[in-house]
Design a protein around this ligand. Structure first.
Ligand code: COA
Length: 252
């Protein structure tokens, strides 16, 4: 479907790699669709017991492809982004992330739906939705304040603060800071260890820990409505136009 997502199943782990280094692993619709398909297959494949995300090159992901945002009218319905998010939110198999480099936007949101996160020294996490005249998505407006508390979440969402690996650890966003050389190996070790556990007990444990998904799903719906409205606004046209023209936006 696309070469920009690589998938491989090894040692009972489905490894999904962002493979679009020249565009900083920005995620296109085709990439969301490829990830959603791999995760849907994993749901019913007994040979997959855990899922691992990582990125090629110097970034985890620069977030949603901004060209797709420029062309989008809304995030409603069962478009590839939402199908992927549904797989992520409802996954019962544990998800591990090796954050090899900078993670932006959905790169942060995804981590809030992971069970184990390992981050390279020197990497940063940010969600500059307001800088793009957008709003947080995919339940991040609910989950991030719960994890890091309201005032840290406000810095991240409203000011576009970049969180370092050490700060992310101190804020309980990640399990461990690793060297860039080791991060994938450490994350893979965890994913492979999960693959050795009793699968029914493991998935039931994740279900218990996640609890009722209804508040998250309700939050996603409200976020989507606001996100869709913003996507069509002159503010977003200015913010994304400014990014591609390599200038600061002017919101008047
Ligand atoms: N969507 C589409 N293209 C993107 C992209 C994105 N989210 N992020 C980076 N790119 C492209 C750039 O347009 C550039 O393409 P070009 O070589 O054809 O000009 C290429 O990837 C390299 O990006 P560049 O900005 O030159 O790299 P950098 O190392 O200076 O900066 C980032 C890296 C991630 C800090 C910067 O690209 C960035 O801020 N990207 C946007 C992040 C974002 O706002 N994501 C959405 C969050 S909701």
């Amino acid at each position: 479907m696309t070469d920009f997502i690589k998938t491989i199943i090894e040692d009972r782990v489905l490894k999904i790699t962002f493979n679009r280094a020249d565009k900083k692993n920005a995620i296109t619709h085709a990439m969301y669709a490829a990830m959603a398909e791999a995760m849907a297959d994993a749901r019913t494949n007994d040979d997959v017991r855990a899922i691992l995300f990582t990125g090629e090159g110097d970034m985890f992901t620069a977030g949603n492809d901004l060209v797709d945002f420029q062309q989008a009218t809304s995030l409603e319905g069962e478009g590839p982004v939402m199908v992927f998010i549904k797989e992520l939110v409802e996954a019962l198999k544990p998800i591990v992330a090796a954050v090899n480099g900078r993670a932006v936007g959905i790169g942060l949101t995804m981590l809030l739906h992971c069970d184990f996160v390992y981050m390279a020294e020197g990497a940063t996490i940010s969600a500059p939705f307001v800088d793009l005249a957008l709003v947080p998505e995919n339940a991040s407006s609910l989950l991030l304040p719960q994890v890091v508390c309201h005032v840290h979440a406000a810095e991240i969402f409203m000011l576009g603060k970049r969180v370092t690996a050490t700060e992310a650890f101190e804020m309980n966003l990640i399990n461990q800071v690793c060297s860039v050389e080791d991060v994938l190996e450490v994350a893979t070790k965890t994913a492979v260890a999960l693959g050795q556990k009793a699968p029914t007990a493991l998935q039931a444990t994740k279900r218990l820990m996640r609890g009722d998904l209804a508040p998250m799903q309700a939050c996603i719906k409200v976020e989507n409505d606001l996100f869709g409205t913003q996507l069509q606004s002159p503010e977003v046209a200015e913010a994304i136009g400014a990014f591609f023209e390599k200038r600061a936006p002017n919101f008047g």
